[in-house]
Design a protein around this ligand. Structure first.
Ligand code: ADP
Ligand code: MG
Length: 461
């Protein structure tokens, strides 16, 4: 029991730090069989998973175990008895449909249905049953999105097509769109539902081109009943991807198949999105999701604690909800860390443990404001605050201003209009351009990267 609680906490954290696809492929169905100071033994399904965990994730696993209070000298991997040695990709259904009727699959999807090709590993539903409507807490910020998703689940392909949810990270977009898929499958186990991130979509198309399987790729996507594409902003600027997506979109839409999309910003602000896609996205319904308010965040914390059979005192719940205001994923991470810590030491969670353990105040001070970020940036570049907020367009002022905008986005997750306002700009597209520019340049330009790191260090010191 203790192993499983601990391992759940470890998995919860690992899930936050790697892509969903990798998490599902490599960590799903792993368990912690035993541990002591010498050795932790992790059970895995097959040799491929074992190799991958050893090679690629060993460090991440041992670090995360350490964070959760155990620090074994070595980690061993044991293959679960009864598992066959199959390639991990074959463990998941190859095709979207859950139908057991093979005729239907092959007639609609051609060769991919029968032969697991070089591509087949990624042809899977991608749905995670842990995301449901039942465990989604509704409150201000997400209620409209919730209602729209429920209505789609009841009657896919009719109302709101496409549905686009947009908003900052960790506010429940993926949870909701996955819940739609899960609810539809529950009503109709034969429904062909495909959930995919747009990064995966891009990768699969690249593979399809490489292995000369573009026709399969196209027919595969165009024969689903519900296509759910997460984080669609990533296809922007990629011409071939947008084109493929456009055709897929049209084919599905014409056939009254449901399309559900998410994005981290409204389509009008995805600057390199082709107009024809932008206009398609606007055909249905777009919903601006916001981070849930304080009361809802408290409810989320308490509910998640209950699912782990823990009751938290109100001050602990409020502490968490107050200190993590922009991202439910972080809120969950903090909660899991606290619960695992208390469980291992058989302690009742209290505010003292919460504050000292999570030290949220240190990593993400609640007093950190937009103003502080702007002031700190101006000071770093030794320019007067009036200049960074004012109209001057000299390069040595414009760049710091752009960096300040970037930091408002990365540290506080502010919306673009808000970022523009904070810097005295009327037009929020300036904020978008600035953030994108600095995102790109910080990858290429060591000076910019160093400046950002230094400003951050001072802000969080
Ligand atoms: P996004 O896709 O917007 O970045 P996610 O859907 O991945 O965010 O949500 C992050 C985490 O927070 C998930 O584990 C999700 O289950 C949880 N979460 C977000 N909003 C809620 C909510 N209203 N009720 C319960 N859990 C939530
Ligand atoms: Mg998401």
């Amino acid at each position: 029991m203790q192993e499983s609680g601990l391992w759940q906490a470890v998995l919860g954290e690992i899930e936050l730090s790697i892509s969903r696809g990798n998490f599902v492929t490599w960590f799903k169905n792993t368990t912690l069989a035993s541990y002591d100071n010498q050795t932790a033994v992790i059970t895995v399904k097959n040799i491929f998973v074992k190799q991958q965990l050893e090679k690629k994730y060993g460090e991440l696993i041992s670090e995360t175990l350490k964070k959760n209070g155990i620090n074994p000298v070595q980690i061993n991997y044991k293959i679960a008895s009864g598992s066959s040695v199959s390639r991990p990709e074959n463990d998941e259904p190859v095709l979207v449909t859950q139908s057991s009727d093979p005729g239907r699959r092959s007639s609609s999807t051609g060769t991919i249905a029968k032969t697991p090709s070089a591509l087949s590993h990624s042809y899977r539903q991608g749905l995670n049953e842990r995301y449901t409507f039942e465990n989604f807490i509704v409150g201000s910020g997400n209620e409209l999105a919730f209602a729209a998703c429920q209505s789609i689940a009841a009657n896919p392909g009719h109302k709101y097509n496409p549905l686009l949810l947009y908003g900052g990270v960790g506010i429940g977009k993926t949870h909701l769109i996955q819940a739609v898929g899960n609810a539809i499958l529950l009503n109709n186990p034969d429904a062909r539902i495909l959930y995919i991130s747009s990064e995966q979509f891009v990768q699969e198309l690249v593979d399809a081109i490489r292995f000369k399987k573009t026709a399969d790729f196209a027919s595969y996507y165009r024969t689903t009943d519900v296509l759910i594409v997460d984080d669609v902003q990533f296809i922007a600027g990629k011409e071939k991807m947008q084109e493929e997506f456009f055709h897929t979109f049209n084919a599905l839409h014409q056939a009254n198949k449901q399309i559900i999309l998410t994005s981290d910003r409204p389509p009008r602000d995805i600057t390199t999105l082709e107009d024809r896609l932008r206009s398609r996205f606007a055909w249905g319904m777009s919903i601006d999701m916001q981070i849930p308010d304080f009361e809802t965040r408290c409810a989320i914390v308490q509910t998640k604690a209950h699912t782990q059979d823990m009751e938290l005192p109100n001050d602990v719940v409020e502490y968490l909800a107050n200190n993590i205001q922009t991202n439910i994923r972080e809120l969950e991470g903090a909660l899991n860390q606290l619960l695992a810590f208390c469980e291992m030491r058989a302690l009742e969670p209290n505010i003292g443990i919460a504050t000292s353990l999570l030290g949220i105040a240190k990593t993400r001070p609640k007093h950190l404001s937009a103003k502080q970020i702007i002031e700190r940036t101006a000071r770093h570049f030794q320019i007067p605050l009036e200049d960074i907020l004012g109209p001057k367009r000299d390069k040595d002022i414009v760049v710091p201003r752009q960096i300040a905008m970037y930091m408002l986005r990365s540290e506080l997750h502010l919306s673009f209009p808000k970022i523009a306002r904070e810097l005295g700009r009327k037009d929020h597209t300036t904020a978008i351009h600035s953030v994108e520019k600095i995102e790109k340049e910080s990858r290429l330009d060591g000076d910019i990267r160093a400046a950002i790191t230094e400003i951050k260090e001072r802000l969080y010191a």
